[in-house]
Design a protein around this ligand. Structure first.
Ligand code: ADP
Ligand code: ZN
Length: 525
């Protein structure tokens, strides 16, 4: 039997749970005795208790810095229901509401205070905290301090000063996303290099990862929902507001209760849709990545991506919203040639210096490597976070292993076509469709107009199906052997293609399995 420490007593008495999970006991013990901590734990791992219990056990008020302003009221309500004295301060409050919370804080009547990072910009907040007795600082969603990350919040940069101003107050920073590199950046920016680091396993064994070639995405999505997740809650991520609206309308038209969520909707509609998603059963939320951080809905059965995420960290974070209850869930991504073109263009035209673009390019390349892998997706995903695993037997590549094939000659044909088009047509460059038409010897209007039927490469690729040519081009793009022109979205041959063009390098490509792997029934692994 475990000794009944004050922490365990609080877990049982206040939260009604029997035992700590994973590293919780150690983390909580460390922080409760005044230690600093950096905690990496996947979504659903139980991070909140890691600062809530030390806040209750230590004298004074635990201050939680959180970017999730829209959720603060819910969090405070949930704690109040458990008898915890909690309040929040953010800029959406009326002055008198704020004054009430401040009064309670100074009177020592708060166990926990949720604080939006933008409040720290206001000098009064510093003075307020000076007068209060603070038991700890918890920095939630700590990856928001990373300028390279996908959720950067400028206000998080000020959090480095917490330690200088209140050196005796212990700090705990928490995040569900961090490669070794991001983790070092968080530790450095938050002055947590000497803190104890707790890194939990990032494996989410109940999530089945699947990445399919994009064909007719709306139909693919409908198939997924109807055959595998009818009547179940899910999140569908799209890149643009337009495609969010379009996809939501398609689902509604097909009788599926879907709601849109993106930054272009007014705050009220967003709040309404979010609350319906949380409270009603079987709603499908179609959203941009603006949706989801901090959303605690245990029974999200699937997360679908209709566009390619910008990084593996983003992908992991978003798919992690599925199956927090531990039940079998699906992470499904449809990915195609146009995604690669679009993302490369977005990086080229993005603001920021060369180093920044390089970093974005690396993030994308890691995501593409995950898409094009012939190995277990889970192994690849965990390797990205510096963790090792055995092939899982429960992802699409494990269930239907894709073959690889020698694509050297087809790749040479594509590359030569791009070069010919470039040279012989005075720099007139064309997209993937035209390249495939030329290779397959298709006499289209556009082929005749530009006399592409006279090129020596015309019709040299009739032996390969159109969709396979798209797959070859996609993989050449993913490996940066083809580059994308920013203005016109057309291709040019990149330096990395040299060895393949000169037959010095064999190019093994992924062959798409004939049909995608399916989870049949529930519980099957
Ligand atoms: P995270 O913030 O890491 O995503 P949460 O703190 O929201 O995760 O916890 C996820 C869920 O697990 C919550 O519903 C929480 O109440 C529950 N939980 C956390 N710790 C325990 C525990 N020791 N025993 C039982 N349930 C727990
Ligand atoms: Zn696998």
């Amino acid at each position: 039997m475990t000794a009944l420490t004050p922490e365990l007593d609080t877990l049982r008495r206040v939260f009604g749970y029997d035992e700590f999970r994973g590293d919780q006991a150690e983390i909580i013990g460390h922080v409760a005795t005044g230690g600093d901590a950096l905690v990496l734990m996947p979504t659903g791992g139980g991070k909140s208790l890691c600062y809530q219990i030390p806040s209750l056990v230590r004298a004074g008020t635990g201050v939680v810095i959180s970017p999730l302003i829209a959720l603060m009221q819910d969090q405070v309500d949930a704690l109040s229901a458990l008898g915890v004295r909690a309040g929040f301060l953010n800029s959406t409050q009326m002055p008198h509401e704020r004054q009430q919370v401040e009064k309670a804080l100074l009177a020592g009547e708060l166990d926990m205070l949720y604080l939006a990072p933008e409040r720290l910009r206001v000098p009064e907040t510093g003075r307020l905290l000076d007068q209060a007795k603070i038991s700890l600082f918890a920095i939630d969603e700590a990856h928001c301090v990373s300028q390279w990350g996908h959720d950067f919040r400028p206000d998080y940069l000020q959090l480095s000063h917490l330690h200088e101003r209140w050196p005796e107050v212990p700090r705990i920073a928490l995040t569900a996303t961090a490669t070794g590199e991001t983790r070092r950046e968080i530790a450095q920016r938050l002055n947590l290099e000497d803190a104890r680091h707790f890194v939990a396993s990032f494996d989410r064994p109940n999530i089945q990862y699947r990445i399919a070639p994009k064909d007719k995405p709306a139909k693919q999505l409908l198939d997924l929902i109807r055959t595998e997740h009818p009547g179940e809650a899910g999140i569908v991520y799209c890149l643009s507001r337009n495609s969010v609206e379009r996809t939501a309308a398609t689902l509604v038209g097909a009788g599926i209760p879907a709601l849109p969520y993106h930054a272009g909707l007014d705050a009220r509609t967003r709040a309404q849709n979010q609350s319906r998603f949380l409270r009603e059963d079987g709603i499908v939320m179609v959203a941009t990545i603006a949706f989801g951080m901090g959303i605690d809905k245990p029974d999200v059965r699937f997360v679908a991506h209709l566009d390619l995420p910008k990084s593996v960290e983003g992908y992991y974070q978003e798919t992690g919203r599925a199956g927090r209850d531990g039940q079998p869930s699906t992470a499904w991504l449809a990915y195609g040639l146009a995604d690669v073109v679009q993302q490369r263009q977005m990086i080229e035209t993005s603001e920021g210096d060369r180093a920044h673009k390089h970093r974005l390019g690396q993030n994308l390349n890691a995501m593409l490597a995950l898409c094009e892998t012939v190995d277990c997706r889970r192994v690849q995903l965990l390797r990205y976070f510096g963790q090792s695993a055995e092939p899982c037997g429960n992802c699409d590549t494990c269930l239907t292993p894709p073959e690889s094939w020698d694509g050297t000659v087809p790749a040479q044909k594509v590359l030569s076509t791009v070069i010919r088009l470039d040279r012989e047509r005075n720099g007139q460059r064309f997209g993937a469709g035209q390249i495939v038409d030329i290779l397959r010897g298709k006499e289209t209007e556009k082929v005749r107009q530009f006399r592409h039927d006279e090129l020596s490469v015309f019709g040299i690729g009739t032996d390969i199906a159109e969709s396979d040519w798209h797959s070859v081009i996609r993989q050449l793009l993913a490996r940066e052997m083809l580059a994308v022109d920013t203005r016109y979205g057309v291709f040019s041959v990149a330096e990395a293609a040299g060895p393949v063009l000169r037959s010095e390098q064999q190019l093994m490509l992924r062959k798409e399995p004939p049909r995608q792997a399916r989870r049949s029934g529930s519980g099957e692994r």
